[in-house]
Design a protein around this ligand. Sequence first.
Ligand SMILES: Cc1cc2nc3c(=O)[nH]c(=O)nc-3n(C[C@H](O)[C@H](O)[C@H](O)COP(=O)(O)OP(=O)(O)OC[C@H]3O[C@@H](n4cnc5c(N)ncnc54)[C@H](O)[C@@H]3O)c2cc1C
Length: 445
Amino acid sequence: MPKDQQENGRRVAVVGGGISGLTAALRLRLLGHDVELIEADETLGGRFGVGRLGDRAVMTGGKNIGRRYETFRWFTSELGVDSYESFGYNASRVKDGRVLTLDSERRGQTLRNIRRMGSPRDLARLAAMAVRIRADASNRFLGSRYFGRISRRHDNAPLASYFGPELTDALIRPMVIRNNGAEPDEVYPGTFGTNLAMLLDHYDQLSGGIQPALDAMAERVRVRAGARVERLVRDRRGHVSGLAISEAGAPAEIHDYAGVVLATPAHATAAIVAETEPAMAERLRGVRYFPSTVVLVEYDQPIFTSDVRALAMDDGPCSNAGSYGKEERHIVRYTYSGNRGGRLVDPTPERIDKLTTESEALLVKHLGAPRATRLNTLTKHWPAAYSGYLPHHPVFLRRLHEDVVSLPGLELAGDYLQGVSIEACARSGRAAAGRLAAHLGGAAR
Ligand SMILES: Cc1cc2nc3c(=O)[nH]c(=O)nc-3n(C[C@H](O)[C@H](O)[C@H](O)COP(=O)(O)OP(=O)(O)OC[C@H]3O[C@@H](n4cnc5c(N)ncnc54)[C@H](O)[C@@H]3O)c2cc1C
């Protein structure tokens, strides 16, 4: 029994040990419920991508935490692991032989660089969205009223048609590749607020990475790792009453729960509900996901400078090369996302080695980086790294909400509900927990 587990709550399950599930589990626990956190992998963290580079713990997935990430910061503060260090938003791109840098700590220079990138009409459109995002926090997430209007008017064509080619190429493309792993013709204007909100934030990183938070969670709730949820179980009234869970590859067994939060990506959620809710599963399968590969390389000397810490590479071999930390500029994170950014299907070590060599040559050419020696390499491939959502996403969200309302005892969390950022996922988890607690009769906090 985890430390100070209360006995007066109901037995509930949260499926998925990523940030969506972790926040849902923590909130349910704080509301007094007996929480079981079920994770298919052997370790918690999901797309934080915890791993090892040489002898140090690293994260190959999400690790930049915005100053506006209120829910995620609530989560780390509740767990007592909230020591952050500044990282900033620093992204450079080579245009006509010049390195243009967008840096959240150099607003003036960043605005001048953005002005060079687009037509007055484009800049006006971008500015109008930015003003709305600053004025109303709901515009940072999917499902807001303002972006709902944009979606109704403009989602018949992809984002690539909303802004002109110059701004799309210079600014929009690096943003959606970075945040959705998608090209601008694969995402839609109605979801662009989630991207722009990320550009408008300033970033920190957890000083000790995410592992201390994962360890603290394992103290708070019961963790069932290496356990794959196969399907929902409903009682005679149609209420969700349990889950079929397969552990270590054994045939699935039924476990009873008073309530369930599925905090898994849309495709995984679809697989879990498919047998009992085929129409809902079909809807969830429509949500688009894009792959990404991240390669971390540790060198014997710094590659980046403090002014330029990331370079978007427009036509490959990777989509982006950036330093791992503000001070850890000897570790480079190469990301392969998007069609032109070397989207990889099956990254073999030979292919990664060749692409890394080509990327290194570009860093030498454009940034004057030193010819350094590689000490350690870690590769992580996600076949479905980021959600790119759907055109007319608010319509999808409305219909999905109707599906869920007809299934008492079930709540959903995940990257396709409010957005892919760690904050959007954390918000979805915290909100799902509050709704489930209200259903179970607990007071939402
Ligand atoms: C390379 C990369 C870099 C990123 N960088 C940033 C960043 O710097 N800042 C930022 O804000 N965001 C970033 N993101 C986005 C963010 O990290 C993710 O969107 C977020 O972590 C997703 O969390 P999640 O809990 O919704 O999903 P996941 O982390 O994927 O968690 C879902 C979990 O469910 C488990 N699961 C699935 N099916 C089942 C099943 N049937 N039974 C049991 N368990 C199951 C999975 O194993 C997984 O652990 C990044 C994403 C990637 C891929």
